[in-house]
Design a protein around this ligand. Structure first.
Ligand code: K7E
Ligand code: CUA
Length: 661
């Protein structure tokens, strides 16, 4: 049983409600500062009736920023940017020596990606607050972010993939997340004419084991016809064990897709019975293919990333395993595919369709049993549309893309072209409400809105174009989110707020499921970094040829050592800084003049390393970048650099006492 957050309803004692709500009200938008919230409670407590107040984390993908953005709801305030696939100078992610390996790929160091879909881990079909995953679309990768530390702890590259868009949608107990290919290519990839696309270019649907931190691995890949696989969602309840993927370009075109891939009246939702795939593989179906892809993870004890090159992957084809994949015809160039909380209905957003088609899981199973097939493509039976469709939502707006659910029997679909959210009833397929959004909405998010138990109070519309909503900022205008109250019969716009990068999808979770289990600092005694100094007494400098390792500490408000001599031009200097603080929210920084990298931002108890190659003799100051105390400006030091071949001895100290080797 998942701990469900306290929604206030259970609190019958008025006194209890007042105390609790006082604290929560203050945290709206500043979640993460429990201490501050409690302190502010007395001053800012506002009475909110039990059951009326809810607070959420919203995790927005950063799109082309490659990051994940954390916001509070309903405040819409920015709490944090978590760097994932992109270097992030604010905290040294992808610059510090410890984090470089996280961005290693089979193509080398790739410091950027296009991240579209955050996906919370789930237990029993409900977000559980342990991790959030996100995809890298461009150089195909999936990442795990730990929600105790809000740090990326694992990145797995996906082989046999070109464009990891439909990812990382997760199964109800986080056993698998999936990665499907937006672009088909020859598999294995090889030199051939693009005109030979049809029949030679393939897509893959990867199933990645996700439930064991540090050990993400590809369980298997399903080799598919050369369509563009766009999005996915897992079944649940009756449809548990199935994964649904949209596809477009069933025309298998390779040029001018806007016309050529829009010709067919219907494309497909691919329904994959992944337990059937497991069974076939257990019986030896499929084959092991050579492949090169990286698995990177943060080693907790050394606090350093490790990158490992993987060499093979298990691939299975629908012809190897009957009853594993079916196609559900779906109008027209579908984008999102979303499964309702009961697990019975599979909703596809046909970008070019005039209706929203809703497939029935039970009807799909009956059609499979009756072998109600239109045709079979590469071993994949195509079920007849009439046999699987539960209903069509008419008058659903133009350009339907994505759907989420409120848990009270209603679905909400974004209409990109007509810029609106359309609310409709599951079962009657009738539109019951609609609200304009500003403008061109892509995804939408209801906290838990793709789970078995949505927190159906708020909806966030993620808009592509803002035009007149904010002060202009040159050629590029802010993307925007809009917060909509969906607790009543009619949707109500509450708030506009700008977002970072281009959020495609977002996920939300009740704050209680994340905020009560935060890493406050790293215990120094557990720090097994090879260059840790657990006290000032362990600081030292080690010369190894032209490599100079400065084993350094920081504590309010000095570095040890803060005076260093004996560095020479031609040296590579590594500042290994351990933050000795053992308290929450006391990072120290380190910046070095001329370093071709970013600052470090070192969390309490952590060790981070900055590389510096001085290019001329002289005196070089360094300083702490994070305003850590009243004497933060005093937190500085000097490194002396002597000419190449100089005989100036290595010595270091703080406070006038020099040490030597
Ligand atoms: Cu619709 Cu990449 Cu999920 Cu953008 S995708 S909107
Ligand atoms: Cu340490 Cu400022």
């Amino acid at each position: 049983m998942i701990p469900r957050p306290n929604r206030g309803i259970a609190m019958t004692g008025a006194a209890l409600a007042l105390v609790t709500i006082g604290v929560y009200a203050c945290q709206s938008g500043s979640t993460g500062g429990v201490g501050a919230g409690s302190m502010m409670a007395a001053a800012e407590a506002v009475y909110v009736p039990p059951g009326e107040y809810d607070e959420f984390y919203a995790f927005m993908s950063g799109g082309f920023s490659g990051n994940l953005t954390v916001m509070g709801l309903p405040s819409g305030r920015l709490l944090k940017q978590v760097p994932v696939f992109s270097q992030y100078p604010e905290n040294g992610w992808g610059y510090s020596q410890e984090t470089l390996a996280m961005l290693q790929t089979s193509h080398g160091f790739v410091p950027w990606d296009d991240a579209h879909h955050p996906e919370l881990s789930m237990t029993d079909g409900v977000p559980d607050g342990r991790w959030i995953f996100i995809n890298g679309n461009n150089t195909p990768r999936v990442a795990r972010i730990d929600l105790n530390s809000f740090e990326t702890t694992e990145i797995l590259e996906i082989p046999n993939s070109a464009g990891n868009h439909g990812s990382p949608f997760i199964t109800p107990n986080s056993d698998y997340l999936v990665a499907s290919t937006r672009f088909s290519v020859p598999i294995p990839n090889r030199d051939m004419s693009i005109e030979e696309y049809r029949g030679n270019f393939k897509g893959t649907l990867s199933f990645v084991r996700a439930n064991d931190p540090g050990n993400m691995e590809i369980a298997f890949q399903i080799l598919m016809p050369g369509y563009d696989y766009d999005l996915a969602h897992a079944g649940k309840g009756p449809s548990d064990g199935w994964m649904f993927f949209t596809s477009y370009n069933s025309e298998e075109e390779h040029t001018l897709l806007e016309i050529n891939a829009s010709r067919r009246d219907k494309d497909f939702v691919a329904a994959v019975d992944y337990r059937r795939a497991e069974a076939c593989i257990a019986e030896g179906a499929g084959r092991t293919m050579p492949a090169r892809y990286t698995h990177n993870h943060m080693d907790e004890t050394t606090q350093s990333a490790v990158s490992e090159m993987m060499t093979e992957v298990r691939v299975i084809e629908p012809t190897d395993c009957s009853d594993m994949v079916y196609f559900l015809p779906t109008p027209k160039s579908p984008h999102g595919v979303d499964v309702d909380p009961t697990g019975q209905y599979i909703v596809a957003g046909g970008k070019l369709a005039t209706v929203i088609p809703v497939h029935s899981f039970d009807k799909m199973i009956a059609a499979i049993e009756a072998e109600d097939y239109e045709e079979v493509i590469d071993g994949i039976p195509v079920l007849t549309y009439e046999s699987v469709i539960a209903g069509e939502v008419a008058n659903a707006g133009l350009g339907p893309l994505h759907t989420e659910f409120d848990g009270r029997g209603y679905a909400y679909t974004t209409a990109f072209i007509s810029s609106e959210i359309v609310k409709w009833e599951i079962g009657t397929w009738q539109v019951v409400d609609r609200i304009p959004v500003y403008y061109s909405v892509g995804h939408l998010m209801i906290p838990g809105g793709d789970s078995r138990e949505p927190w159906g109070k708020y909806l966030v519309a993620l808009n592509k174009i803002t035009k007149d909503r904010y002060l202009p900022t040159g050629p590029e205008l802010a993307h925007s989110a809009q917060l909509i109250d969906i607790s009543g019969d009619q949707m109500r716009l509450l708030l506009d707020f700008p977002t970072q990068g281009e959020p495609h999808y977002a996920q939300g979770i009740a704050a209680d499921l994340v905020m009560n289990d935060q890493t406050q600092f790293y215990a120094l005694e557990d720090n097994e970094h090879p260059w840790v100094a657990r006290s000032e007494g362990e600081t030292r400098i080690v010369r190894d040829g032209n490599q100079v390792h400065v084993v350094m500490t920081s504590i309010r408000s000095h570095f040890t050592p803060d005076n260093i001599e004996g560095i020479r031009v031609g040296d590579e200097v590594y500042f290994h800084v351990t933050n000795l603080e053992q308290d929450w929210d006391v990072p120290h920084g380190l910046a070095m003049i001329g370093a071709e990298t970013s600052e470090l931002l070192i969390m309490p108890g952590q060790t981070r390393t900055l590389r510096w190659v001085p290019d001329a003799p002289g005196i070089y100051p360094f300083y702490c970048t994070d305003f850590c105390s009243a004497l933060h400006q005093e937190m500085q030091g000097y490194a002396r650099v002597s000419p190449r071949g100089s005989s100036v001895a290595l010595r270091w100290g703080t406070g006038g006492t020099w040490n030597t080797n």
